[in-house]
Design a protein around this ligand. Structure first.
Ligand SMILES: Cc1cc2nc3c(=O)[nH]c(=O)nc-3n(C[C@H](O)[C@H](O)[C@H](O)COP(=O)(O)OP(=O)(O)OC[C@H]3O[C@@H](n4cnc5c(N)ncnc54)[C@H](O)[C@@H]3O)c2cc1C
Length: 169
């Protein structure tokens, strides 16, 4: 987008072969952008209105803006503090109803999903809200989800509760 507006772009890639989408890389090259591989920013310093970068390859570059895009890491502390079961990649494990390993705590959107899109997060939020509402408003023995997932356990619980009620009316 910067190239289309007459700006200059240098794309610095740590790997020897850029792993970006081939058509995006082709667009950058065609529009006159420079792709530097096997390099990283070693130092950065203000040089009047510009930023002077020295790269691990020995090159120096002056630029107005440095945009860092070096990947995504989940900040897992909150999830761990809540003792939620996590997937191997650090995302929150949810069931088909977006409920986490802790009853009554739901997770939607980027924190659990493979498809990280706004529309997906919105849609999941609505579904989770409906399931949460059902969970709050339905007695557990009428709850569709619980019946489906834990049918036998529920029947056992129901019998135990009924027996207890009969003993202590
Ligand atoms: C550069 C970039 C470009 C993107 N482009 C697109 C696009 O074009 N189209 C598209 O559909 N999607 C795009 N996405 C993905 C989209 O932004 C996400 O999928 C979407 O925002 C996920 O929504 P979310 O509510 O799950 O998470 P977020 O929008 O990340 O919201 C999570 C919120 O929780 C807050 N938070 C975090 N920790 C805590 C805490 N401990 N306590 C309280 N609050 C906390 C955060 O501050 C944040 O406000 C893009 C993402 C990025 C990074």
């Amino acid at each position: 987008m910067v190239l289309a507006r007459g700006g200059l772009v240098d794309l610095l890639v740590r790997e020897a072969t850029p792993i970006g989408k081939p058509d995006s890389l082709a667009q950058i090259r065609e529009a006159g952008g420079q792709i530097h591989t096997s390099t990283e920013i070693a130092t950065a310093a203000f040089q009047e209105d510009e930023i002077e970068l020295s790269l691990t390859s020995g090159e120096r570059l002056n630029c107005s803006l440095a945009i860092v895009q070096i990947g995504f890491l989940s900040a897992k502390e909150t999830f761990e503090r809540l003792a939620l079961v996590l997937n191997d990649d650090g995302s929150i494990a949810v069931d088909p109803y977006f409920e986490t390993s802790r009853q009554g705590i739901f997770a939607v959107g980027d924190v659990h999903g493979d498809i990280k899109l706004i529309a997906v997060a919105w849609a999941e939020g609505i579904q989770a809200a409906i399931h949460a509402f059902k969970e709050i408003t339905s007695p557990y023995w009428l709850n569709e989800k619980r019946l489906k997932d834990h049918k036998i356990a529920l029947i056992g619980e129901k019998i135990a509760r009924a027996a207890s009620k009969a003993r202590h009316p």
